[in-house]
Write a protein that binds this ligand. Structure first.
Ligand code: THF
Length: 274
């Protein structure tokens, strides 16, 4: 995962000091791209231990079209707790837009699977979580926005596109806002896994995951953690084994994924900006 270390180094050296919504302060750059060849191993950061369970359950939760944290908390995943209302709702966030765009019963995932199978040269294989009609009013609280039918937070990983060449499926994500220490290692692993799952169910090999950023930032209370992380040596990537019998993108379960040879340095704690 040299790519991740290069990103961190680039932002620490060239980032603009910028204030932000959460009041934490950041160093930030605008526009950056990383590429991961999924045949070179599974792109999980090795210079700190990542919690794969949270990543897998979050992805399965998106794919269910679920936007209530109940499923996550039942499975021991707490990463969305801060933004949910008292009923556990987040409003029409990722899962809702993926499976039922704008509440218009447009299942973007189902449609992209169909196109991938039937017309893989299409240049229209996009999924958008960005829906201007449900963006929150920033003068209101998360729960007030949810009560008004708005999303608690606008999507950070806003839209993605698929591409097929030489029997390999690639995916490019545009992430408008990226928390480099906490979010980005999750986002890389999540979209890499999603690309592998889509490849399997559509009958392709996995190609590349391409991660394109808008505002890529390091929160000021994560500088020390990242200095420690950069001082550690990068280790070989693990391997992700997916149950080959699953042929429907909506039928995966947690037990279908096995990570082999993940040998990371110890976890590094950091506070999430809310
Ligand atoms: N807000 C901020 N400030 N950063 C984000 O990365 C982020 N997200 C989602 C929504 N808002 C965000 C939530 N995703 C962690 C990881 C991902 C999150 C939120 C929090 C986190 O705290 N990770 C810890 C613990 C992991 C665990 O308990 O499993 C870690 O050390 O990695 C980005 O999409």
């Amino acid at each position: 995962m040299k790519q991740y270390h290069d990103l961190v180094q680039h932002v620490l050296e060239n980032g603009n000091e910028k204030a932000d919504r959460t009041g934490t302060g950041t160093k930030s750059v605008f526009g950056y791209q990383m590429r991961f060849d999924l045949n070179e191993g599974f792109p999980m950061v090795t210079t700190k231990k990542l919690h794969l369970k949270s990543i897998v359950y979050e992805l399965l939760w998106f794919l269910k079209g679920d936007t209530n944290i109940k499923y996550l908390t039942e499975n021991g995943v707490r990463i969305w707790n801060e933004w949910a209302d008292e009923h556990g709702d987040l409003g029409p966030v990722y899962g809702h837009q993926w499976r039922n765009w704008n509440s218009d019963e447009i299942d973007q995932i189902k449609e992209v699977v169909e196109t991938l199978k039937n017309n893989p040269d299409s240049r229209r294989m996009l999924v958008s979580a960005w829906n201007p009609s449900v963006l929150p009013d920033t003068s209101k609280s998360f729960s007030e926005n949810v009560a008004n039918g708005k999303a608690a937070l606008p999507p950070c990983h806003a839209f993605f596109q698929f591409y097929v060449a030489e029997g390999k499926l690639s995916c490019q994500l545009y992430q408008r806002s990226a928390d480099i220490f906490l979010g980005v290692p999750f986002n890389i692993a999540s979209y890499a896994l999603f690309t592998m799952m889509m490849a399997q169910v559509c009958g392709y090999e996995a190609g590349e995951f391409i991660h394109t950023f808008g505002d890529a930032h390091i929160y000021s209370n994560h500088y020390e953690q990242l200095e420690l992380q950069l001082s550690r040596d990068v280790r070989p990537l693990p391997k992700m084994i997916i149950n080959p019998d699953v042929k429907d993108i909506f039928n995966f379960t947690f037990e279908d994924f096995t990570l082999e040879d993940y040998n990371p340095h110890p976890h590094i704690k950091g506070v999430v900006a809310i």
